[in-house]
Ligand binder design. Structure first.
Ligand SMILES: Nc1ncnc2c1ncn2[C@@H]1O[C@H](COP(=O)(O)OP(=O)(O)OP(=O)(O)O)[C@@H](O)[C@H]1O
Ligand SMILES: [Mg+2]
Length: 272
């Protein structure tokens, strides 16, 4: 059975893409999502970042408005709750937007000049939703892929309870490696049954891979080479997946997506 067959059968992927700022998380997350979707998988992307980034990497047409604001209201006790008729799962169904290749995207909501208060309802709704999606029957068979903002704060503060697999994106700088080591500890701590897999990003050669692997004591699950096509795509504001589908970076990320999608099969075949 191939990974593609497994995708069509439905996915159990519950992934959070984590790492230091600017390492390539959104590029990798978006390209994984689109690869799985193109192969017939259903994909829900959770955009945890209150800063723009994923929208461009994914190729979303719509502005990053905090749509989930409409999902919640404040009671007299000032606490937020879902409006009548909505629950965490139906809120996803109603407020996730359509992305390319049939992907559904739920955004925490972007910060605006109106300040953080303007997105409070949306943030509260998102925080509640992430605790209900992992086993929701409505998303059985869907791949759920979260794009996290930089660092370990969100995983450490309970924003990734759905993730059974953390994709730790690391480039060969001290800051990135130190941050990764910290996030790895957090992930192990908050969810000991979750897998943490290393992706070496912007790799310039074997030296980068070995340095990061040695530092973290992990073998690389995937390697994404430094690729000028990614920067060019970014400059023109088009996903690299569309701008340069034959680029080495897209090929490398697609390979990672195949492995992730085939995981259920790999686990089943090893009896794990
Ligand atoms: N493989 C790569 N080769 C070259 N440039 C890359 C690669 N991956 C990402 N980049 C560039 O690095 C920058 C950051 O990428 P991206 O937005 O994907 O990172 P991020 O980790 O999501 O950042 P943030 O923490 O700000 O959300 C972008 O300018 C992107 O074009
Ligand atoms: Mg990002």
């Amino acid at each position: 059975m191939t990974a593609a067959t497994t995708v069509a059968e439905g996915s159990t992927l519950r992934l959070a893409v984590v790492g230091k700022g600017g390492v390539g998380k959104s590029t990798i997350c978006a390209t994984i999502a689109r690869t799985i979707a193109r192969r017939g998988g259903r994909v829900l992307v959770l955009d945890h970042d209150s800063m723009p980034g994923l929208s461009t990497s994914l190729g979303l047409q719509r502005a990053d408005e905090p749509l989930l604001n409409a999902a919640m209201e404040q009671g007299e006790d000032r606490r937020y709750r879902f409006i009548d008729g909505l629950d965490p799962v139906s809120a996803v169904q109603r407020f996730a937007i359509d992305g390319p290749d049939g992907i559904r995207v739920l955004q925490v909501g972007k910060s605006t000049i109106a300040g953080p208060d303007a997105v409070q309802a949306s943030v509260n709704a998102f925080y509640t939703i992430v605790r209900h999606v992992e086993h929701a029957p409505e998303f059985s068979g869907w791949a759920i892929v979260g794009d996290l903002p930089a660092g370990g704060r969100q995983p450490g503060c309970g924003w990734t309870p759905y993730a059974t697999h953390f994709l730790l994106v690391v480039e060969a700088t001290w800051q990135s490696m130190l941050t990764a080591r910290r996030i790895k500890r957090i992930a192990n701590d908050i969810r000991p049954d979750a897998r943490v897999s290393l992706v070496v990003s912007k790799a310039t050669g074997r030296g980068d891979i070995d340095r990061i692997s040695d530092f973290l004591g992990m073998r690389a699950f995937g390697v994404v080479p430094l690729d000028e096509d990614v920067r060019t795509a970014e400059r023109v504001g088009v996903p690299v997946f569309q701008h340069a589908p034959a680029s080495v970076a897209v090929a490398a990320i697609a390979q990672i997506a195949e492995r992730l999608a085939g995981e259920k099969h790999e686990l089943a075949s090893t009896g794990a």
